[in-house]
Design a protein around this ligand. Structure first.
Ligand code: ATP
Length: 440
């Protein structure tokens, strides 16, 4: 991988430390020594992850008339995964180092063991990435279930249910956000690749003749989504897969790539899946998954354009892109320049002192803003320290309530990025904050 971007060599470590120290992301089961490659989202992390998902849902579902959502089951019967091709082909080639016995994905190591440098490996074996489990008390084929390795199949298997309950016709899409599970051989790089993760996927069903045009459209839309949420353009690029590298179902795949500290790597994939999925499920289930175009009096199997993103992976990219160290009043500060829509808290209300006189008006300010914005409330330590703490977790606005507030019924609003402070009457505060966040 070519080195993409001049980043701080310690950026990844710094972001991991910040994420842990400030309650974004913890190692799972840490008190038991941790469970490899699983993570828990803490009080700030859960806010941010929900914001990433909400921003996606807003753009992909709420703001459109041609996309609807579903929420499908995580557990599924083998038949679904036989039809989708996952039982047969959802595998990684696995090799063992003959010297140190470490196990690797053959396609990720260029013939050299990353641990001991040996070039001697066992023959590659196909390793299926799906987690297999058992539903009900009886063991046997009938009881086998799989945890979904992607959310997409729920959209295909519900195609007829959605078509018959919602008055949509191609081009239209079905979107879903939810957990997926893959028994990754080499989970790595914090939450970039984990065994349990969240996806945000949309299957857009189109007349076959329009597939190429919609494929290009969605590449463009998805690239811009990251840009609009604050990832700088020089940290993003598109990578179109060569025809010979395409998955068996794909007629075209383009990745949105991000400049991670280790180089360019995938953030999201947009694929033209042709009629593969609906045809496979039609044949395997015996239920036709087609669209009847009344005007043309013809039946056809729509093609599918799929933008497939990772919510947890996107959150990591937003954190990496937002992390900055700069200087304010001769002091170095850490600041997350997160878009206000993604920040765990949009506003922090900070009474200048713990004195009880300030509590009433501070709580009044909080009660005005809290229904509309995620607010923190912090009374401990000096105001300077509190500003730094909020900068470090990306809070765009701090509102300080001081003793003058009792007289002039106004407060000081401080901007995270410029550190500029202005006095705003409490009566204008909600409108002021809405204007700052473009919600007039
Ligand atoms: P990779 O090659 O990185 O394993 P993929 O091409 O198999 O990913 P897709 O099947 O296209 O990934 O999944 C769509 C998106 O889901 C990815 O772009 C990524 O954002 C996310 N994703 C996939 N696997 C993982 C994982 N193990 N951990 C976190 N996110 C993941």
């Amino acid at each position: 991988m070519e080195s993409a971007f001049e980043t701080d060599p310690e950026l990844l470590e710094k972001v991991i430390n910040l994420a842990k120290r400030r309650g974004f992301i913890f190692q799972s089961a840490e008190i038991y020594g941790g469970f490899r490659s699983t993570y828990d989202y803490g009080p700030l992390g859960v806010n941010m992850l929900r914001n990433v998902k909400a921003a996606w849902w807003r753009e992909m579902v709420q703001m459109r008339l041609d996309v609807v959502g579903i929420d499908a089951a995580i557990l599924g019967p083998p038949a679904v995964w036989a039809a989708s091709g996952h039982l047969e082909t959802f595998t990684d080639p696995l090799v063992d180092c003959r010297k140190c016995k470490e196990r690797w994905r053959e396609d990720k190591i260029d013939g050299v063991c990353p641990k001991c440098g040996s070039t001697e490996f066992t023959e590659a074996r196909a390793f299926n990435l799906m987690f297999k489990t058992q539903a009900g008390p009886v063991e046997g084929e009938g009881a086998t279930a799989y945890l979904r390795p992607e959310t997409a199949q729920g959209m295909f298997t519900n195609f007829n249910n959605v078509i018959s309950t919602i008055r949509k016709k191609p081009p239209f899409g079905i979107a879903q956000i939810g957990k997926s599970f893959r028994n990754e051989i080499t989970p790595q790089n914090f939450v970039f690749r984990t065994r349990e993760f969240e996806q945000m996927e949309m299957e857009f069903f189109v007349p076959p003749a329009e597939a190429e045009q919609w494929y290009r459209y969605w590449i463009d839309q998805r690239f811009n989504w990251y840009l609009n949420l604050g990832i700088p353009s020089d940290m993003l690029r598109l990578h179109e897969h060569a025809k010979e590298d395409l998955s068996h179902y794909s007629r075209g795949t383009t990745d949105v790539e991000f400049a991670y500290p280790w180089g360019w790597d995938e953030l999201e994939g947009i694929a033209n899946r042709g009629d593969y999925d609906l045809t496979q499920h039609s044949n395997a289930s015996g239920t036709k998954l087609e669209y009847f175009d009344q005007a043309a009096n013809e039946r056809y199997t729509p093609y599918v354009i799929e933008p497939a993103a990772g919510a947890t992976r996107a959150m990591m990219a937003f954190l990496l892109a937002a992390y900055h160290e700069d200087e304010v009043e001769g002091e170095t500060r850490t600041v997350l320049r997160l878009d206000w829509r993604l920040a765990p808290y949009q506003i922090a209300v900070l009474p200048l002192s713990k004195k009880p006189e300030l509590e009433g008006v501070s709580r009044e300010v909080l009660s005005i803003l809290q229904p509309y914005f995620a607010c923190d409330y912090d009374v401990t330590q000096s105001i300077g320290r509190r500003y730094r703490r909020q900068d470090e977790v990306g809070t765009p606005y701090c509102i300080t309530v001081d003793f003058d507030s009792l007289e002039d019924r106004a407060v000081t609003v401080r901007d995270r990025d410029t550190t500029e402070q202005v006095r705003v009457p409490i009566g204008d505060l909600l409108a002021n904050m809405r204007a700052r966040t473009n919600q007039h």
